[in-house]
Write a protein that binds this ligand. Structure first.
Ligand SMILES: *[C@@H]1O[C@H](CO)[C@@H](O)[C@H](O)[C@H]1NC(C)=O
Ligand SMILES: *[C@@H]1O[C@H](CO)[C@@H](O)[C@H](O)[C@H]1NC(C)=O
Length: 433
């Protein structure tokens, strides 16, 4: 990878020239939310750039970009399709590289540089997409196994359908929020633990088992018409890019409510995503083989390629109200048994239309190893039986008010790291906010 003229790009920056993730920013000069890309510790304001540049020269043959970049979401750009995303990303990589073929456009134009290259610390991030629908899958094999074993024993850990179809449920798009948004502890209906000698009637209280779910989120680019399923070999063309996703979960609410229709209030109060969408093309160099398995799949789910998932290193930090931070989980997105194209093929099999900006969650991702490879406190603490030890002589079973959870994710490649930045949320008391 060539180097960039943008100053002070840390070799460990998630936003190297190899990445170029897209997001929605607002700034003092341009207070209406609009598009940008991240490079090092800067945002490149695409709306201002488009207004001051001959776009036909830089992005020949693409119309409507200036309009797309001034929208408050990336939906219009996403809908333009993979070929456009590829061309725009690679032209931006050229403009930002030391050896750019158009040095006069940005590299050597101090006026335009000062108008468009803004320190990330000075911009406000917004939700990158207008999310019409949010679907959450359950493709994290080791998570599904560990949780199944906890509640049903190791013999019945995986339900009979698990290896035959990507299990999922329809989530709630209205409570998907961008990193940094405060999270209020939900009140819910809970059946107190009978073993603890509590009443046999449910109570309505703030959740005592507030948890995280470490997931990868995937944004739909182009949709499909109702009644027209997306075949697996075309599903990749319907993917815009990826974000980190924390699907906050109230385990005590979930346990009582989920029979027989699945999760409801235990999941619908908040989902946090990271603000920068890492384009599908940026992750291509980091493909990995999926988990080895011998299931004979239905034809519509058979992947031609073996490297169907990505090896994104994932980390979970817990920061206490006192400010002590502990990395409580480390894993990789390669521990998914289903790829996103398989999820899309299955989601649309009966004709369900996906639309630009729809969000698909992978399900909680955990590694095969010990408690420090887990993507939820439910697993780390065996549903509250054990404690996770923290810096500052502290410990947790589930989240306390004042705790902050930060997810991080990156593909390591010296000087060409492709990362997601942060996906962060702080818990506030049920009554306080
Ligand atoms: C530099 O950019 C400004 C807009 O910010 C533009 O008005 C000016 O013409 C550009 N200079 C050159 C030499 O292209
Ligand atoms: C199992 O492995 C094959 C080959 O790696 C892969 O194509 C398939 O999607 C995997 N998943 C399941 C659930 O069988």
């Amino acid at each position: 990878m060539t180097s960039s003229w943008v100053p002070d790009i840390d070799p460990a920056s998630d936003f190297s020239l190899a990445n170029i993730p897209f997001g929605i920013i607002s700034t003092a000069a341009e207070p209406e939310p609009h598009a940008a890309v991240a490079i090092g510790s800067f945002a490149l304001d695409l709306k201002v750039f488009a207004a001051n540049t001959d776009l036909d020269k830089i992005f020949p043959g693409i119309s409507g970009l200036a309009e797309a970049f001034s929208q408050p979401t990336l939906n219009t750009f996403a809908e333009m399709g993979r070929a456009v995303h590829r061309q725009v990303r690679s032209a931006l990589q050229d403009l930002l590289s030391t050896a750019t073929i158009y040095p006069g456009v940005l590299r050597d134009n101090a006026t335009l540089r000062s108008q468009t290259l803004l320190p990330l610390s000075t911009v406000t991030m917004h939700l990158p997409m207008a999310i019409g629908d949010y679907t959450d899958f359950y493709a994290g094999y080791h998570h599904a196994y560990a949780v199944g074993a906890m509640f049903r024993g190791p013999e019945n850990a995986l339900q009979p359908n698990y290896l035959h179809l990507p299990v999922g449920y329809h989530g709630r798009a209205s409570s998907v929020v961008v990193s940094g948004t405060p999270i209020r502890r939900p009140v819910g209906q809970i059946l107190p633990d009978p073993a603890a000698g509590g009443p046999k009637q449910p109570v309505t209280e703030p959740s005592r088992k507030l948890d995280i779910e470490l997931e990868l989120g995937c944004f739909v680019a182009r949709g499909n018409k109702m009644g027209a399923p997306v075949p697996l070999d075309q599903a990749e063309e319907h993917i815009f890019g990826y974000v980190l996703l924390n699907d906050w979960s109230a385990r005590d609410v979930q346990t009582w409510e989920y029979v027989p229709l699945g999760p409801f209030n235990g999941k619908n109060f908040a989902t946090t995503i990271s603000p920068w969408v890492v384009l599908a093309d940026a992750l291509e160099p980091f493909r990995a083989r999926g988990i080895e398995n011998k299931t004979e799949l239905q034809g519509y789910l058979r992947e031609a390629r073996e490297e169907s998932v990505f090896d994104i290193k994932l980390e979970v930090d817990l920061t206490t109200a006192e400010g002590d931070t502990t990395t409580i989980g480390r894993t990789s997105s390669k521990y998914l048994i289903w790829s996103f194209p398989q999820m899309i093929a299955h989601h649309t099999l009966g004709g369900c239309p996906l639309r630009p900006g729809d969000l698909l969650g992978s399900g909680t991702i955990s590694g095969p190893g010990g408690v420090d490879e887990r993507g939820s406190l439910l697993e780390m603490t065996e549903n509250g039986k054990k404690q996770v030890l923290l810096a500052g002589m502290d410990a947790r079973t589930f989240l306390k008010d004042g705790d902050t959870i930060t997810l991080r994710g990156y593909c390591e490649e010296v000087g060409a790291r492709v990362g997601f930045g942060q996906c962060r949320g702080r818990i506030y008391s049920a009554v306080q906010m």
